[in-house]
Design a binder for this molecule. Structure first.
Ligand code: IVH
Length: 670
């Protein structure tokens, strides 16, 4: 983090920018569960802001993200007030900062020996669990620190949490719910097979899981919990160390690595040890928590509005590993874009074996001065996809080889070109087999023509045996051709042909999207279909006509016009029409005849197949209305993952709810 000296004006501008940035990412992280940056990068932004505000306290405003405890909880489950706030922790990134922490303590409790408990900081979700008469009674999320969501039934599915304990007094335990890497990978694998968006990290997956409405499904996610605090009514524990022992004694799962340290140096050793060992763990650990052991001292120290003064988290650096670049390969995508990919010496990074990393484009390779044979530092910071942080030039032996970006497509050997001002190099051959391969995969994908069974392996075989040379060839495949392919019996061949036949009936927005026109995503495809109603009219429209459509800008308009002007695409259209594909958008017939006319919808939670905007557009295109709150007039509440309180209101008012599948079916997008 830089320690620049700003004038007050500069600081004011910087603070404003940082706050906006933090505000944006806080929402992404805490409310949307969809982080765009790693926790580490986020922590750094906050630290930077805190530092600046410390230098210019006159610029601190109540709205600053440094001035609040946490984010408000998303309601959806009943909101419950915590008996005592579940505070968050101040954090530090260096031993010096840890020493500052001790110094602050020693000012308040001078001349006393301070002992610490060092614990792993599990990257999960804070939870409070209550027991009455020895029985599990309630589980509440941390929420904003003051109020959380009652997720009792979901917490109850956590196998390591005892449902009865031998302690008759009313007790509350607190800890961290997390998802082991193994379970995380399984969940994402299943989501990937179903074409659903993947969770970015185990923390998000745990958060999503805790907020599922179906406890059965929660149970299948295999959440786990480590407890670290215990409050027994009328019986204060003497120290943090004793609390951990008590938890253990009562049958709670505590993290086995916690250590009682009699000095800060011992804490540092613990930190060092675990910064190296954390990659061997089956769960994400993002630092250690250092707690003053004695409860008496803790009580003297007390808390600020946000953090206890007796505890701090000492973060680990972002997850990084070093490995070697064995080769750089070029992948050719559907649009002919050439993407360099580093083939790595496989390396384990936060429990996942990494063997490839995208290098994005030619400029990125040059900017980072990446050569084949280089030892590089890679990082998985919150994201699943690792990135190359830097090249360790001091490890160069002189045998490294510079990568020359190809001037020929590695698949079809045609020339490549890189348009002025663009970073991407492309293959100029419109019928490059790589483009055909990727186009076929895109065409058959779930969100496009949804041809089940036509995945990578089959596409490769069809191309290899030259059974498909252009996209429309799919529609003239014969049973006897397919049966000749490896592992394709008569049953699976027939199934595929049935699937292909079914795809002819898909609606126009899907077909437009399936064509893979550059910049034309699902939303644009929907807008184009709604406006032109058939593919022929659409293919003859001008840039001017396109830009009149809401959400269609000049870039998209030009791309669509360009696409339909290419002779090979005109041919493609003719062939697809001859094959009997559905070129018109009948749903748009006449108002009054629209299928959802007069019906009002409310959307809650995240749908996997559509964004909220897309779902709204589909409803509106079919004559329905979308409103934001549930009332007696609501026809259906469409419920996605992690829904809000709207679902309760729907139940209260007796409004029918639709799951994603039912909704897709209703609007003909299944
Ligand atoms: S103690 C007042 N111990 O980290 C003390 N927290 O950034 C509060 N966390 O909200 C918490 N591992 O959810 C504590 N061993 C640990 C922890 C831990 C993870 C979480 C907890 C807290 C957050 C603060």
């Amino acid at each position: 983090m830089s320690t620049k000296h700003f004038s007050q004006k500069q600081a004011g501008q910087k603070i404003h920018k940082l706050r906006e940035k933090i505000k944006h990412h806080e929402k992404k992280y805490y409310i949307d569960n969809d982080p765009q940056i790693s926790d580490y990068e986020f922590d750094m932004l906050l630290k930077e802001l805190e530092k600046l505000e410390k230098q210019f306290p006159q610029l601190i405003t109540p709205e600053s993200p440094t001035q609040r405890v946490g984010e408000q909880s998303i309601s959806g489950f009943t909101s419950v007030e915590h008996d005592t706030p579940m505070l968050s922790l101040d954090n530090c990134f260096s031993f010096e900062e840890l020493e500052d922490f001790e110094e602050r303590i020693k000012k308040i409790v001078p001349d006393e020996k301070i002992e610490y408990v060092a614990e792993l900081k599990i990257d999960g979700l804070g939870i409070s669990v209550k027991y009455r008469d020895g029985n599990f009674s309630q589980g509440v999320t941390r929420g904003d620190g003051f109020r959380g969501d009652d997720v009792t039934l979901n917490v109850k599915t956590i196998r390591s949490l005892p449902l009865t304990i031998s302690e008759p007094h009313e007790i509350e335990v607190r800890g961290e719910v997390y998802l082991p890497f193994q379970s995380f990978q399984k969940i994402n694998q299943k989501r990937s097979e179903n074409g659903e968006t993947l969770f970015a990290n185990p923390r998000n997956a745990a958060a999503g899981s805790l907020r599922l409405l179906n406890p059965k499904e929660v149970a299948s996610r295999h959440l786990d919990v480590f407890l670290y605090s215990i409050f027994i009514k009328g019986k204060e524990q003497k120290s943090q160390w004793k609390s951990l022992q008590k938890l253990k004694e009562l049958g709670f799962k505590i993290n086995p690595s916690s250590r009682l340290c009699s000095s800060l140096d011992e804490v540092l050793s613990f930190w060092k040890e675990w910064s190296e060992k954390r990659d061997q763990m089956d769960y994400d650990v993002d630092g250690i928590v250092v707690k003053v052991d004695s409860t008496r001292q803790q009580n003297i120290l007390g808390s600020t509005a946000k953090f206890p003064r007796w505890a701090i988290s000492f973060k680990f650096p972002a997850r990084q590993a070093t490995t070697q670049i064995k080769d750089i390969k070029i992948q050719v995508g559907r649009t002919g874009a050439l993407t360099p990919v580093a083939i790595l010496e496989p390396v384990k990074l936060s429990g996942i074996i990494i063997s490839r990393s995208t290098l994005h484009n030619e400029d990125e390779i040059r900017r980072k001065d990446i050569k084949i044979g280089d030892t590089i530092l890679i990082e998985r910071s919150g994201d699943v996809i690792p990135k190359v942080v830097s090249v360790m030039k001091e490890r160069r032996t002189g045998k490294e080889v510079s990568f020359v970006f190809p001037t020929q497509c590695p698949v079809c050997q045609s020339s490549t070109f890189r348009p002025e001002g663009e970073a991407i190099t492309r293959c100029e051959n419109p019928s490059c087999p790589a483009k055909l391969r990727e186009s076929l995969l895109h065409f058959s994908s779930r969100r496009a023509m949804n041809i089940e069974g036509l995945g990578e392996a089959l596409v490769d075989m069809l191309l290899e045996k030259k059974l498909v040379k252009t996209l429309p060839d799919l529609y003239s495949l014969k049973q006897e051709d397919l049966e000749k392919l490896e592992r394709m019996g008569s049953k699976s061949s027939q199934n595929l042909l049935d699937e292909i036949e079914r795809s002819k009936k898909r609606d126009l927005p899907r077909l437009i999207f399936a064509l893979g026109i550059r910049y034309a995503g699902e939303r644009t495809a929907q807008a184009l279909a709604s406006r032109f109603k058939d593919l022929k009219t659409l293919s003859k429209a001008s840039v001017e006509e396109f830009i009149q459509i809401e959400d269609v800008g000049p870039k998209v308009a030009e791309s669509v016009v360009f696409f339909f002007n290419q002779p090979e695409n005109i041919e493609l259209m003719n062939k697809l029409r001859e094959a009997g594909l559905n070129f018109s958008y009948e749903r748009q017939a006449k108002p009054g005849e629209l299928p959802l006319a007069g019906q009002t919808f409310v959307l809650t939670g995240t749908l996997s197949k559509f964004t909220r905007e897309e779902a709204s557009e589909i409803i509106e295109n079919q004559g329905g209305t979308v409103t934001s709150s549930v009332s007696k007039k609501t026809t259906y509440v469409v419920v996605g993952e992690s829904p809000g309180s709207k679902i309760e209101k729907a139940h209260k008012l007796g409004i029918p709810t639709l799951g994603e599948k039912e909704f897709s079916k209703l609007v003909g997008k299944d």
